[in-house]
Design a protein around this ligand. Sequence first.
Ligand SMILES: NC(=O)c1ccc[n+]([C@@H]2O[C@H](COP(=O)([O-])OP(=O)(O)OC[C@H]3O[C@@H](n4cnc5c(N)ncnc54)[C@H](OP(=O)(O)O)[C@@H]3O)[C@@H](O)[C@H]2O)c1
Length: 242
Amino acid sequence: MVRFERAIVVGASSGIGAEIVRQLAARGCKVAAVARRLDRLQALAAEFPGLVVAFQHDVTRCNEAPAVFQEATKQLGGLDLVVYAAGVMPAVGPDEFDFEKDRQMVEANFLGAVAWLNQAAIRFQNTRQGTIVGVGSVAGDRGRRGQPVYNATKAALATYLEALRNRLSRYGVKVVTVKPGPTQTEMTASLGLKAVPTAEATARRILAKAGRTGERYLSPVHWVVFTILRNVPSPIFRRLKL
Ligand SMILES: NC(=O)c1ccc[n+]([C@@H]2O[C@H](COP(=O)([O-])OP(=O)(O)OC[C@H]3O[C@@H](n4cnc5c(N)ncnc54)[C@H](OP(=O)(O)O)[C@@H]3O)[C@@H](O)[C@H]2O)c1
């Protein structure tokens, strides 16, 4: 794993984001941990005194992102990694179309990412170094029946990150899209998933991919399965009822 010294992790209060904070701090990286649940962030900071700083922030308040970004960067004394892991996936029924749920997902999973990662892009473009990691999902590869808007937010995130990568590579900035598969976290707790990786394992795989710019699945099996699925023609994909 590449060694990072100063990082911001957005969506750090639980699950994959919290584990990314732990694994970075365990290697001596100073981390600004950002999310809404301050008690969770403070408990995380207490595990790594002097290394992890808590920043309470709601990513749907996009206009507040620049000030939090600047303050976090100042307190860290610099920046070489930004991870955007914030996300929501409310339960959606098979025949349900609930705009409020859809809005929550668009705001937290995509608009918040743009607000934060634009800040990272501006800074890293100027400092001519840095790594941006966006936590996408295999769910963004196709429009499935179960979660139309969750899928769409992850697809939008992947396309936005591809464009950032194409803009920023000439400044030596790495932009990494990671696409985890199902993972045991609070987000998936009600789904009763079994035999899927823990947040700790997914975080480890994400950080292992953070050294190389590009779009990454977290296992060779996922690469094979989702490369095939991405190329299945739409009428056939529909019949698969995925
Ligand atoms: N679990 C999976 O199977 C899976 C698979 C692929 C990708 N992912 C992606 O991995 C990322 C992390 O999810 P997770 O599975 O670790 O779930 P999680 O434990 O529910 O974590 C979600 C994180 O996002 C933060 N967040 C949500 N809304 C926010 C808001 N408005 N403002 C600030 N922070 C917000 C939460 O913090 P607060 O609630 O404290 O604000 C929490 O820290 C998400 O982007 C998810 O889409 C998950």
